[in-house]
Each structure stands twice: as structure tokens, then as C-alpha cells.
Write a protein that binds this ligand. Structure first.
Ligand SMILES: *Cc1c(COP(=O)(O)O)cnc(C)c1O
Length: 494
């Protein structure tokens, strides 16, 4: 299995090279040259297996330079009971006659990012070995909250890696901040940036393209790498759980082999729903790909009109992990829809950078609308959806509520009442404030008190690592101006 770049399809890399590099030198994203397939017989066989075995089977199709034994070792370590509080890793919960919720937050940091970031360190360290790399990979992360903690937890004390996370000083929830600044491990660093998420992200991007820093790091035996969802090693582990959900429905007798299932995904950077698209392209019987946005609805408009236009107000919402106006992973979908026209992709991305907008070809727009339904959910509807599901006995977070609402809209608008799965991307305990308010409670003044408050009101047990935050020592108190992030990196690697 070879990998090419969305901006240069003549490139040919191994999976290990693509995972190690993260982003192509031409600025494009890596993707497999040919997508493998999954047959009905294989799905039937996987229906009788556990999550770890499904991960080995699916990922093995893409990673021909890794052995099944290697992958089995990674899957056992990544998704085992030490890390995940549910033996199914990604359990499916029925919430209506034809509706299931795929719970992706049973990992160590209580957000779906763990599904990939528990696996990525194994893939990356093996990739360093396979490519004969002897330098230390220095992973730089800019986070709006969930990715930072999940990456820290995944890479803490992993050999031949160091990880440094930048978060916007006032742009993450109190619980998200505490999760990060109390992180243990000898190879980790966390620093607040005076600015918003875009400032942190732009700072990281600048460091990546700074030749002087690159050289300084090389002198210290390091090179820069990425744990953001632009890395193929993050997209691939996400393909697994869409296939796994279908296998669970088969195993439960809820569907017959071949029945189409609609999937609804709360979307920000387009990484999670892109993985579902790949599962469908591999042959998984997926009906509609339902792309759910909050009021930063740039993707809803794009699916409706074929015009991507990021020139619009940025809204800070109660589902902050979806507050994104530039969905990086869309580039991989566009490459596919264009039939692999790398020159066209370069042109679109260039237009986006220069003018903030591009419009796709008519044939691409038709293909897009055939595959995807786009919808969005207001703040009021997010609150109302949490309340409604809670009344039915199910406590969900703000991001999951966006998906539940858009799925309901899809059904009403199209009359398609077929079986559907919506993704639940975070534990409600990560967003206690909004969730308590939505179910009619007044949140306690102290953010850690709200965890116990939500627990006693709802009767749902809080994830143990969140509950344990209170006793943990703060290790990282550094704050930097956005112009001085490079100095923080050099200090960190001293
Ligand atoms: C990251 C995140 C999302 C958005 O996922 P993308 O892959 O960026 O589309 C949705 N919900 C939660 C809780 C997240 O952390």
C-alpha cells in the first residue's frame, strides 16, 4: 500500500514514511494510492470478534509495511482495560427504534480523540524504527481543548518522542485546562498562549516552516512532527469504529448483511466524518453521511452550494471543539471527488489562502450531495436536545447533541427513517457547565464541584480520571506571548 499527496499524486511513500512526516512537503495531505475493500464475508467474520481484532483487520489493509502481530500488540495496548473503561472500547447504545449512539469517549481523556491518539504513538514509534530514523520526534500541538490532552496522554513517556502542547490561555474549559497542566510524564510540556486558538495554531505552523528552527532542532537530534488530524495515522484508526458499529448491529441482529446504515457525525476539522467516508468507499454499507455542524456552519453551506467560504463571523459556542472555519481534512475528500486532480486541489487551496473561498466543479458538487447531507444546530437547539434525551434517560454532551439534532432534521426533511448511528464524541462530564444548565440545574461555582453535582443529579458515574483531577498537582504554569512560541520550543528541547 503506497501513499501519495493531495497536491502531488506522483509521490509514492510507504505508510511508515507518511505517518512519520505527518504533512507532505508540498503542503498536501497523505492518502492511500488505492483504497482497500472490505467484503460481506469479512464483515460477517468481524461481527464475532472484539474491537482490537477489528482494528487489526481494518488497519492491516492499509499498513502493508506492518505485520499483524505488530498491530495486534498496539491494539491490545491502546484499547485495553488500562486505557478504556468499557470492554467494547467503542460501544453502541440504542436510543430509539432505529437509532444508535456510538460512544467514542471511553478512553483516558473522555473525548473521541483517544480512539486515534492511543494508537498513533505506537504507529509513530514503529514508523521511526522502520524508516531508520534515529532522531527524536518532537510533536507540536496547538489545541482548542480535546486534542492537546489526548495527545499528551498518548505520548507521555513514549520513547524517542517529546510532546509540547500550546493552548489559548482563555480559550479552553477549566476542566480541559486542568487535564493538561496536571499531565504526568518526563517528555511532556504544556504552555498557554496569550491569544486565541488561531494564534496558537498559526504560531505552530510558523515554527513548522521556519528553516532556522528546523536546523536548531536537528542540531539537538530532533525533528518536528504532528499529532493533528492531518496525520494519516490519526484518520486510519477512526475508520475502524464505523466498521465496528456495523458489525455490532449485525451481531445484535438489528440489521441484515447489506442493509444500509446512515451515520451522523458532529464535525469540525472534517477528520472524523472523513474516516466514515473511507469506510463507505471500502464497501461498508453506509447510506447517507450526515455532516453535523454547530452555528459555525461553513460545511453545511459548502454541501448545499459547492462554495467554501470561510469569510464569516467566528462564533464561540458550547461545542468548542467544532468551532472551526477551516476544515483541513476536506482536502482529502476534494482530491477523491476530483478524480485525483492534484493541480485542481492546489488551485482550490491557493484560492482559499488568498481569497478565503473557492467553488468546486459541478460534477464534484453533484457527487458531494449524493454522498453527504449537511445540517447545523443552534445553541438553543443544542440545549433543548440535551434536555430531551436526558428526559428519555440518556445524558449526552454538547457536541453529541449537535449530531442528534441534525439526524432528526435529516429524517424529517428526507423521510429516510432507515437505521442510523450518530457519533458521541465527548463525555458529558467534560462540559458540565452547559450540560447542567441544559438539564435545568444551576452549575456550582467551582468547576470541579460540577462533576460531583452532575453525578448526583443524573446518577451517571463520572469518568474516573476526570473525578481524580482534584487531587493532582499543577505541573505547567508557563504563559507565552504568541510571538515568542519558538523560544518556548527551543527551551523545551534544551
Ligand atoms: C475534535 C472534536 C470534534 C470534531 O471532530 P473533527 O474530526 O475535527 O471533525 C467533535 N467533537 C469533539 C468532542 C471533539 O473533540
Amino acid at each position: 500500500m503506497e501513499y501519495l499527496s493531495t497536491r502531488d499524486k506522483s509521490l509514492r511513500l510507504t505508510a511508515a514514511q507518511a505517518i512519520k512526516m505527518g504533512l507532505s512537503r508540498d503542503g498536501g495531505l497523505f492518502l492511500p494510492a488505492d483504497l482497500p475493500t472490505i467484503t460481506a464475508e469479512e464483515l460477517q467474520a468481524l461481527a464475532g470478534q472484539d474491537y482490537q481484532s477489528r482494528a487489526v483487520a481494518v488497519m492491516g489493509k492499509f499498513l502493508s509495511d506492518f505485520t499483524a502481530e505488530e498491530l495486534a500488540g498496539y491494539a491490545a495496548a491502546a484499547y485495553g482495560p488500562e486505557k478504556f473503561d468499557d470492554p467494547a472500547a467503542a460501544p453502541l447504545r440504542q436510543v430509539g427504534g432505529h437509532t444508535w449512539c456510538l460512544e467514542l469517549w471511553h478512553g483516558p481523556t473522555s473525548a473521541f480523540k483517544d480512539m486515534a491518539l492511543q494508537m498513533l504513538p505506537h504507529l509513530l514509534t514503529a514508523s521511526l524504527r522502520k524508516t531508520g530514523e534515529d532522531k527524536t520526534a518532537c510533536i507540536l500541538v496547538a489545541t482548542s481543548g480535546d486534542t492537546g490532552k489526548a495527545a499528551l496522554e498518548g505520548f507521555a513517556d513514549v520513547d524517542q518522542t517529546k510532546i509540547l502542547v500550546f493552548y489559548p490561555k482563555d480559550g479552553v474549559s477549566q476542566i480541559q485546562k486542568l487535564q493538561m497542566v496536571t499531565q504526568e510524564g518526563d517528555n511532556v510540556g504544556v504552555c498557554a498562549v496569550e491569544g486565541n486558538f488561531d494564534d496558537a495554531q498559526n504560531g505552530v505552523k510558523r515554527i513548522f516552516s521556519d528553516e532556522a528552527i528546523r536546523q536548531a532542532l536537528a542540531d539537538r537530534g530532533c525533528f518536528l512532527s504532528s499529532a493533528n488530524s492531518i496525520n494519516w495515522g490519526r484518520v486510519l484508526p477512526q475508520v475502524v469504529y464505523y466498521i465496528s458499529a456495523y458489525c455490532d448491529l449485525l451481531a445484535q441482529g438489528a440489521i441484515q448483511m447489506g442493509d444500509k446504515v446512515n451515520y451522523c457525525v458532529p464535525t469540525g476539522n472534517f477528520g472524523n466524518i472523513l474516516a466514515c467516508y473511507y469506510a463507505k468507499k471500502m464497501g461498508l454499507p453506509v447510506g447517507k453521511l450526515i455532516c453535523a455542524s454547530n452555528c459555525n456552519n461553513v460545511l453545511t453551506d459548502f454541501i448545499h452550494t459547492g462554495v467554501y467560504d470561510r469569510d464569516r463571523p467566528f462564533h464561540t459556542t458550547m461545542s468548542p471543539s467544532m468551532d472551526i472555519l477551516i476544515s483541513s481534512n476536506l482536502e482529502r475528500l476534494l482530491f477523491d471527488l476530483s478524480g485525483g486532480d492534484d493541480a485542481l486541489i492546489r488551485d482550490y487551496m491557493d484560492q482559499l489562502r488568498r481569497t478565503g473561498r473557492y467553488e468546486i466543479r459541478q460534477d464534484m458538487k453533484e457527487a458531494l450531495q449524493e454522498l453527504f447531507y449537511g445540517g447545523f444546530c443552534s445553541e438553543e437547539d443544542t440545549t433543548a436536545t440535551i434536555a430531551a434525551l436526558y428526559a428519555d434517560g440518556y445524558l449526552i454532551d454538547t457536541h453529541t447533541a449537535v449530531a442528534a439534532k441534525v439526524l432528526a432534521d435529516y429524517r424529517r426533511e428526507t423521510g429516510d427513517e432507515g437505521p442510523a448511528v450518530f457519533a458521541s464524541t465527548a463525555s458529558p462530564y467534560k462540559f458540565c457547565d452547559s450540560v447542567l444548565t441544559a438539564i435545568g440545574e444551576t452549575p456550582a461555582a467551582d468547576s470541579l464541584d460540577r462533576i460531583g453535582q452532575l453525578e448526583s443529579v443524573s446518577g451517571v458515574t463520572a469518568p474516573r480520571r476526570l473525578a481524580a483531577l482534584r487531587g493532582k498537582a499543577v505541573r505547567f504554569e508557563g504563559v507565552t506571548e504568541k510571538e515568542k512560541m519558538d523560544g518556548v520550543v527551543l527551551d523545551f528541547l534544551r
